[in-house]
Design a protein around this ligand. Structure first.
Ligand code: PHE
Length: 507
């Protein structure tokens, strides 16, 4: 009733009633707008940013309508299941033939523990499970660097850390670091290197059980056989394996990481339910945004007809390079800023297999294999362990690698990805394949990008016009955050926008 009265302008705000200050700044994890707003807001784009704006404003009493150009909500949060169909901008039509329970998170697929994406999972009741982002048993295969066989992460690390420790220990022992550290610290450094590199009292790396075993340790009489043929220091550095090790130190990528149980789109599905399906119009392609002195008019086409909607405010939560193509009267500065945001490419292919041979034959349970081939990364599934079938991400690549795959037909993409994967995993990578589905973001209608590049970051002067309202129009999206290419960026940008909009309404 309050919301309805609010919409009619009959509900007094807390401030008008002379109570406590109506607005309180949000705290991480329990965001809520204080005080009731009574304005009508049209949100353009039902991705994570747009849905979050409608969700948070709705909780505070606003009357929101969301316009979404695609036939589904979620934006780049897109989980592909059997029966899902897409047509890309090149005209490739695909229908996924994945079996029940198998899915590909074509967009976001991993969530760090610190990101507020997990707060929304908690609040919306979306169950989560661990996503394995790094795995000692996964492989590294640098074909261009001359590797002829894949090497396990644990082996690559043992060799790299072993030789680095040996070199540093030798330098220290020769007194090369005497100008840097005192005698006590020298001893402590040596102690650390001995265990980190497993180089023994001779301070020489000759291999280590850190590398792994060809015969695993078992019952008495079976001590195990350590992996042999230790490469030379020169071979280790020439292989380039070390270039992948810092990835797991990244604030964004460090384990543990999480994923929603059943697919990443459980998040937009829950948001969509919370906002209310009746407030969301799909297939609504915006044609024009007009800011007026007392409101905003958004014109859109739906089912071949042109419609328009009037509101007090608008949140433009669509990709900036798409908005740049839509007529508006928000001014030249806004247009220049929108055009300065460059979209980036990324693609993925989901390969469904009839058996989970990576678990049985390779003993790999989730995680990522790294390569210098154009498929870039191979992801093993972090769900469905020990089930009969499973789905591997056969490539996850970006930039020109993604663009070159996008130019191929879906069948050719599969062929090229499988041919590369066979080099690492052998024939079963081809013979056990059931079906595939590939997705390329730069070629996805109405989105046309995986994420964005913005020189100088979101606070650079060039983007200032987007970090404030243009009349009654606000801008939201992960691109306007320090977490571009993460849902966290979309959530935090949305919170910022609804906070300022609400402040303005209450004032
Ligand atoms: N968030 C995306 C991912 O984790 C894209 C990304 C990759 C963003 C690496 C930052 C760093 O794959």
């Amino acid at each position: 009733m309050l919301a309805t009265m609010g919409a009619m302008g009959l509900a007094p705000t807390a401030e008008a009633a002379g109570r406590e200050p109506a607005f309180r700044a949000p705290r991480t994890g329990d965001f809520t707008l204080r005080g009731r707003g009574a304005a009508k807001v049209v949100v353009v784009g039902a991705g994570i940013a747009g849905l979050t704006c409608a969700y948070e404003l709705g909780k505070a009493g606003y009357d929101c309508t969301v316009l979404e150009a695609r036939d589904r909500t979620g934006g780049r949060n897109f989980t592909v299941r059997g029966g899902d169909s897409t047509v890309d901008l090149y005209g490739n039509r695909q229908t996924a033939r994945f079996s029940d329970g198998q899915y590909l998170n074509a967009g976001p697929a991993r969530i760090p523990q610190w990101m507020i994406t997990l707060d929304y999972c908690r609040e919306l009741g979306v169950p989560i499970e661990v996503f394995t982002n790094s795995n000692a048993s996964a492989y590294i295969y640098n074909e261009k660097a001359g590797m002829t066989a894949p090497v396990r992460y644990r082996t690559a690390k043992a060799d790299t850390y072993g030789y680095v420790s040996e070199l540093l220990a030798k330098a220290t022992s020769k007194g090369a670091l005497d100008g840097e550290i005192n005698a006590e610290d020298r001893e402590r450094l040596l102690e650390f290197l001995k265990s980190f590199g497993d180089i023994g009292s001779k301070l020489t790396y000759t291999g280590s059980e850190h590398r792994g075993f060809t015969v695993d340790p078992a019952a008495a009489g079976t001590p195990g056989v350590e992996l042999g043929s230790v490469p030379t220091v020169s071979e280790v550095f020439a292989s380039g394996v070390g270039r992948y090790f810092s990835f797991e130190f990244g604030y964004d990528q460090a384990m543990l990481m999480f994923q929603p149980v059943g697919g990443m789109d459980r998040i937009p599905a829950a948001l969509t339910r919370a906002v209310g399906g009746h407030r969301i119009r799909t297939g609504a392609v915006v044609q024009k945004i007009t800011d007026k002195a007392r409101g905003v008019t958004v014109t859109y086409s739906q089912d071949g007809r042109t419609r328009s909607i009037d509101a007090d405010y608008c949140v433009a939560a669509l990709p900036p390079h798409i908005l740049a193509k839509i007529p508006h009267n928000l001014g030249a500065a806004v247009q220049t800023a929108l055009e300065a945001v460059r979209p980036s490419s990324a693609g993925k292919i989901g390969l469904e297999y009839r058996s989970r041979w990576w678990e049985t034959d390779h003993r790999i349970y989730g995680g990522i294999t790294e390569t210098d081939m154009d498929l870039s990364h191979i992801w093993y599934p972090s769900y469905g362990f020990h089930e009969r079938r499973g789905l591997i991400v056969g490539y996850y690549n970006t930039g020109t690698n993604a663009d070159s795959y996008a130019l191929l037909s879906p069948a050719e993409r599969e062929k090229r990805a499988v041919a590369q994967g066979v080099k690492i995993h052998g024939d079963r990578y081809r013979t056990e394949l059931a079906s595939s589905f590939s997705h390329h973001w730069r070629q996805t209608p109405h989105l046309e990008g995986a994420w964005h590049s913005m020189s100088g970051g979101p606070d650079a002067p060039a983007y200032a016009p987007l970090n404030q309202a243009a009349g009654r129009v606000y801008f939201a999206g992960d691109y306007l955050s320090y977490a571009d290419a993460w849902q966290h960026g979309a959530f935090t940008s949305a919170r910022k926008v609804v906070t300022t909009l609400h402040q303005r309404v209450l004032a």
